[in-house]
Ligand binder design. Structure first.
Ligand code: ADP
Length: 184
């Protein structure tokens, strides 16, 4: 099963992804985590994307698509994946569709976590993960990028009829129950 976990920064994608991978025993692919790992290890990819992440802007479609395709080609993803942070533009969504089509596969569910904007900012500021992009100014940029470039991805999948909108307010457990119910 291929699931996309979608939503604005701070919506809880990473947290719910962890729960979904445990429940369904399918691997997690978080582009943000991969970028942060590469930055930490000072790899060529890390050096290329560091200033972009620091600013809260998007890494180029070309770079992200190549990264995700290389990753999805690994054997561990052959029975499915929980995608978190990808696709983030319509160009990425189209590339993902053709990737799956070539493999005789498809996106099975698109789960979007709905959370009011003030709550998003509060959550990010209070989670204290020490991320360089978790400052009020960078959060503002990330939310703007989300509205301008990422939100259209939702309309793209709405046309395909696979979108499940989940109320993202409540306890982690409550939100997870809602997600499972929507997926069943
Ligand atoms: P969040 O959803 O909290 O903003 P992520 O961990 O998903 O955080 O992403 C962190 C950063 O990594 C983004 O702000 C962006 O710079 C980069 N990034 C992650 N995924 C993508 C993507 N699919 N396309 C472009 N940039 C991405």
């Amino acid at each position: 099963m291929n699931i996309i976990l979608f939503g604005p920064p701070g919506a809880g994608k990473g947290t719910q992804a962890e729960k979904l991978i445990n429940h369904f025993q399918i691997p997690h692919l978080s582009t943000g985590n991969i970028f942060r790992e590469n930055i930490k290890n000072e790899t060529p990819l890390g050096k290329k994307v560091k200033s972009i992440l620091d600013e809260g802007k998007l890494v180029s479609d070309e770079t992200v698509i190549e990264l995700v395709e290389d990753e999805l080609n690994k054997k561990k993803y052959e029975d499915g994946v929980v995608l978190d942070g990808f696709p983030r533009t319509v160009v990425q969504a189209e590339a993902l569709d053709s990737y799956f089509k070539n493999k005789g596969s498809q996106v099975d569910a698109f789960v979007t976590l709905s959370v009011p904007e003030e709550e998003l900012v509060n959550r990010i500021l209070s989670r204290g993960e020490g991320r360089s992009d978790d400052t009020p100014e960078k959060i503002k940029t990330r939310l703007k990028v989300y509205h301008d470039e990422t939100a259209p991805v939702l309309s793209y999948y709405e046309q395909k009829g696979i979108v499940k909108v989940i109320d993202g307010l409540g306890s982690i457990e409550e939100i997870f129950e809602r997600t499972l119910k929507a997926l069943s």
